[in-house]
Design a protein around this ligand. Sequence first.
Ligand SMILES: C[S@@+](CC[C@H](N)C(=O)[O-])C[C@H]1O[C@@H](n2cnc3c(N)ncnc32)[C@H](O)[C@@H]1O
Length: 228
Amino acid sequence: MALLDLMNVRNFKMALRNVAKRGLATTLRYALSDLVFDLKYQVDTINTVMLDELDIASPNKAHGRYYEGTNVFIFKEVFSQIEVDAPNSCFVDFGSGKGKALFLAAEMGFRKAIGVEFSRELTDICRRNLEIFKRKSGTKTEFEIIHMDAAAYPIPPEANVLYFSNPFDEVLIARVIENIIRSFEEAPRDILVLHLHPQGNTAFVAHPRFQLEREMAYGYVLRLKRHE
Ligand SMILES: C[S@@+](CC[C@H](N)C(=O)[O-])C[C@H]1O[C@@H](n2cnc3c(N)ncnc32)[C@H](O)[C@@H]1O
């Protein structure tokens, strides 16, 4: 990724919005962590992409949020506050975009990382990024990149850390919740859900089957209750 690629009007506007929201020091810390990540692995995850710019066949496009990669600093901060047995866990990113959260999960040593993304273009970028990331990092994590609508994704029995970085609205989260419960009924296990940047979306926190384990500035950590 050339530094020049980052110098565009959209990034400038987003930076200004972030400075207004979080202050200059935090904005710089966040931006630097993302920049260092892309430069370190020679991947392309920083630039945001609006859904209107993408050719998405799914009727759920209107429920989706645009692509913005998980911030490295925030991801590490969140996982530093929760206990996860990464080498024995399978991480699933719902709306995986260019793969940023999957690569961060691999850095943490997850056994497997699955990404589900409904944009063909973003899935292709993610697969290209993944090949580079594997070479540069020497990761042992097993990956699966799936091009499909996350609301229709049948959650496999191995999946136990479910990651949502503001991918879509309450309507679709409600459908994914049904899939999570179905997957649990078929294969009972501990299931941890991270719902970051919920922006008022209370689908998980308000649902009776989920227990709020931790509320952070960046979102919620919840656990699926074993029994009603
Ligand atoms: C805010 S980005 C998060 C990207 C990625 N999870 C990360 O943390 O780096 C939201 C992503 O969700 C995808 N998305 C939105 N609705 C979706 C759906 N119904 N099924 C699959 N992907 C979806 C968008 O295309 C976008 O890539």
